[in-house]
Design a protein around this ligand. Structure first.
Ligand code: OAD
Length: 250
């Protein structure tokens, strides 16, 4: 029987995880792909069909808030119908094994929390939260009403916007600082389902390696991260993560 070329890397990834009690995880759109949520890049990626400049910048919202809301409502609707997949659930199990665990996600879809991960930080915000475009007040809600008639407004009168980080905006500094602090004492960093090209998150693998962490990537495609990590598992997250867990003893 042919040996699966991934089996050795999966074993190595499992060894790294077996030997640590402090795990840092960073995820991107690829971890939710098997839940039916489109990624941004790649063959069917959102940025193939839609324009960043028209939909995901502060300028786009100022110019045409109805169009931006329509796009976000469409995405909210897809996400509400989706369920966490085997990869999200595997990360919940990994968290339970660890003394220290931090999951930094670039996803705005809430699926890690819905799966049951406790220590999750959303570096690009959350698609179900709104934020006032003037006073910054925040509001949580999963109502996905049509925006054709009226756009959501803050009590201060200004338009509410999705509380996500758009291109040209700064990520929340408290989350960034918490991630860097965590990396100083973590043993292993796992990068899963991210193309590793959007900064500043794209800088984290390099930082982890400089801090001496063992690093693992899970992605069916090669990325800039693949070139620098210790172990690169070339497979879908929903297959690879449960497989890695199978090799861990209790
Ligand atoms: P991308 O769409 O850039 O990359 C998704 C990655 O997931 C690719 O490298 C795919 O190969 C990989 N992938 C696809 N299916 C997978 C699977 N089943 N298992 C594992 N990996 C899989 O998404 P991100 O890296 O998250 O930001 O993109 C980063 C940021 O760019 C996003 O947060 C978003 C986007 O524009 C903003 O909107 C600010």
């Amino acid at each position: 029987m042919a040996i699966d070329p991934n089996e050795n890397v999966i074993r190595r990834a499992a060894e790294f995880l077996q030997d640590t009690d402090s795990l840092f995880v960073m995820t991107g759109a690829g971890i939710s792909a098997e839940s039916g949520i489109p990624t941004f890049r790649g063959a069917n990626g959102l940025w193939r069909k839609y324009s960043v400049q028209d939909l995901a910048t502060p300028h786009a919202f100022a110019r045409n808030p109805a169009l931006v809301w329509e796009w976000y409502r469409w995405r909210q609707d897809i996400i509400l119908r989706a369920k966490p997949n085997a990869a999200h659930h595997a990360l919940v199990r990994l968290e339970r094994r660890m003394e220290n665990f931090l999951l930094l996600t670039q996803n705005v879809d809430d699926l890690h929390r819905r799966a049951g991960t406790r220590n999750v930080r959303e570096i690009h915000g959350n698609i179900f939260r709104k934020k006032c475009s003037r006073c910054g007040a925040k509001r949580d809600s999963k109502d996905v009403r049509s925006v054709k008639d009226s756009l959501p407004r803050c009590t201060c009168g200004a338009l509410l916007r999705p509380d996500v980080v758009w291109f040209g905006e700064i990520i929340p500094s408290e989350i960034w600082n918490e991630a860097l602090t965590f990396l100083r004492t973590a043993g292993v960093a796992l990068f899963c389902g991210t193309s590793g090209v959007v900064w500043p998150a794209a800088g984290i693998p390099e930082i982890a390696i400089r801090q001496g962490l063992k690093t693992i990537e899970v992605n069916p495609e090669p990325t800039p991260i693949s070139e620098i990590v210790h172990v690169s598992v070339r497979a879908k997250a929903g297959t690879a993560l449960p497989e890695i867990l199978r090799f861990l003893s209790h």
